[in-house]
Design a protein around this ligand. Structure first.
Ligand code: HPA
Length: 273
């Protein structure tokens, strides 16, 4: 990782304290940054190479806002999913890189299915907790004590104080933010209606195929995590309609303006803690 940090710091003068992972449909945020340096993942030692898996995205270092308020950010534009065939350790490599860069606050965003039917399509939801149903854990294998303990506490996987900041920022902007528990599944198929009923029973409000491994790796390293889901669809069996990836992406795009406005207001506040 030190090699990767050296490379990144040789390409950009910025030293961000906040890392951001952009979910489906939010790539535009990385385009809006000033003083931006974009580094394809394949150029970064320690990050998975994209080989046959398709385009894997890039790390963007950039600054949000140009005046005295500018916040430097490290942004993963594109993430690694287990369903693409990456190992759990590869999925969290970017998060460990963030930590090695000196980043201690992490914002994870994603598109999710809504299990709580009161959310409605397009709702933005602050993740209060998670259920890892991916069947694997990025901390399996020998523990690197330099990163964190063998048996890390997960009581506050998602920071209460960061969530409170996001909630009050949303309220000021007139953006309705809900809270909910995110269940992370392996994918890549969407869930069956029976699986959604099961998830509802065990206390999940949102369902998706990312985020949980990243939050585990971040907790392990004592990073503070804020998670925000964009509800792109009601989960399987709840709307009478079949799920369709194009529709998921379309709703993601429709909400992205509001999502970006929220992020632009929240990130400076996280920087000044
Ligand atoms: N299920 C799983 N992942 C998702 C969904 C869903 O309904 N919508 C967006 N990502």
């Amino acid at each position: 990782m030190q090699e990767a940090v050296k490379l990144i710091q040789s390409r950009s003068p910025l030293r961000p304290k906040i890392g951001l992972v952009l979910g489906s449909g939010l790539g535009a945020f990385a385009q809006s940054l000033e003083r931006a340096t974009r580094i394809p993942y394949r150029d970064i030692p320690g990050l998975p190479t994209s080989t046959a898996i398709g385009h894997a995205g890039e790390l963007v270092l950039g600054s949000l806002g140009t005046n005295g308020q500018a916040v430097d950010l490290a942004v993963m534009s594109g993430r690694f999913h287990l369903y693409e065939g990456y190992t759990p350790q590869q999925v969290v490599a970017g998060i460990r890189l963030f930590k090695a860069m000196g980043i201690n606050r992490l914002v994870l965003t994603n598109a999710a299915g809504g299990i709580d039917v009161s959310y409605g399509r397009g709702a933005l939801v602050l993740i209060s907790d998670q259920i890892n149903l991916q069947g694997v854990n990025p901390l399996c294998g020998p523990n690197d004590n330099a990163l964190g303990p063998r048996f890390p506490d997960m009581t506050e996987a998602y920071s209460i104080r960061l969530r409170a900041i996001a909630a009050s920022t949303g309220a000021e902007l007139g953006i309705t933010l809900r809270e909910g528990v995110y269940a992370g599944l392996l994918g890549p198929c969407y869930e069956t209606p029976a699986e959604i009923r099961f998830l509802k029973t065990i206390g999940a409000d949102l369902v998706g195929m990312s985020t949980v491994a990243e939050a585990i790796a971040a907790s392990h390293m004592k990073m503070e995590v804020l998670g925000i889901s964009c509800v792109t669809n009601l989960a399987a069996g709840l709307s009478g309609e079949k799920l369709d990836q194009d529709e998921v992406l379309e709703i993601g795009r429709q909400v992205s303006g509001t999502f970006l406005k929220l992020l632009s207001a929240v990130l400076p506040r996280l920087n000044n803690l």
